[in-house]
Design a protein around this ligand. Structure first.
Ligand code: SF4
Length: 229
């Protein structure tokens, strides 16, 4: 399943969690997933319900337009951090400001992965060569933390999890399931960010990348639920 992705890619884990929740809710027939281009698009062939690939950074806009017409549908907006927090930051802010009915998943691996690993606004500066360097030289104070940006808006759900070990993946499942519960009961803007490995662009083994997240990146990005309504 999701064989187009590299080995150890966090997208596979993320989409498997979403698949499980859609199956548990029995909502396959009414679900449609809007995917950003780039590595998200590699999921398309294997998704077993309706999906649409959107222009880069425009997932939320396309999802909003569709949701306005089809309020009966479960609309999932799935994107990477470059799309969500750089190219698409405008629609992110205004969707949150309006508490628009959005079920958003953002994969945070710090990079524009498909185009070779250019830095997204989430890149911490920690990579293989500077993992032991003076942390004052790194990008910790400059990264975009979505909880800081969205905290002034009246949104319904916001969480961050990490796709690393069993404990963290189980917590990701619990958060996304709670996100789905809130979205199904009362709609509104609901977002879970998933810190994800991308061993290909970090040029690490899968274990090294997971250790990097657990030991370093999670110190920069707090794991947990920030808003639950
Ligand atoms: S480049 Fe990174 S994000 Fe893209 S499929 Fe490979 S591991 Fe996943």
């Amino acid at each position: 399943m999701y064989d187009m992705l590299c080995k150890g890619c966090g997208h596979r884990t993320a989409m498997s969690i979403i698949d499980r929740i859609i199956k548990e809710y029995g909502i396959k027939e009414k679900t449609i997933v809007f995917l950003d281009v780039a590595c998200c698009s590699l999921l398309m062939d294997d998704i077993e319900y309706d999906d649409v690939m959107c222009p880069h950074g425009r997932v939320l806009d396309v999802s909003r337009g569709y949701k306005m017409l089809r309020k009966d549908k479960v609309v999932i907006s799935y994107m990477g951090d470059g799309a969500a927090y750089a190219i698409g930051i405008e629609e992110m802010i205004h969707s949150a400001r309006e508490n628009f009915d959005i079920f958003a998943i953002v994969i945070n691996n710090g990079l524009y992965s498909m185009t070779g690993g250019q830095f997204a606004p989430t890149f911490t500066g920690i990579d293989r060569k500077n993992i032991d360097s003076d942390k004052s030289e790194l990008n910790f104070d400059k990264v975009l933390k979505i909880e800081n940006l969205l905290k002034s808006f009246n949104i319904n759900y916001l969480a961050r999890c990490a796709l690393t070990d069993k404990e963290n993946i189980d917590f990701s499942y619990e958060c996304i399931k709670k996100q789905m519960d809130i979205y199904m009961r009362k709609g509104g803007f609901c977002l879970t960010e998933l810190i994800s490995p991308c061993p290909t662009n970090y040029k690490m083994t899968i274990k090294e990348n997971i250790d990097l997240i657990d030991e370093n990146i999670k110190q920069v990005y707090k794991i947990g639920e920030f808003i639950v309504k």
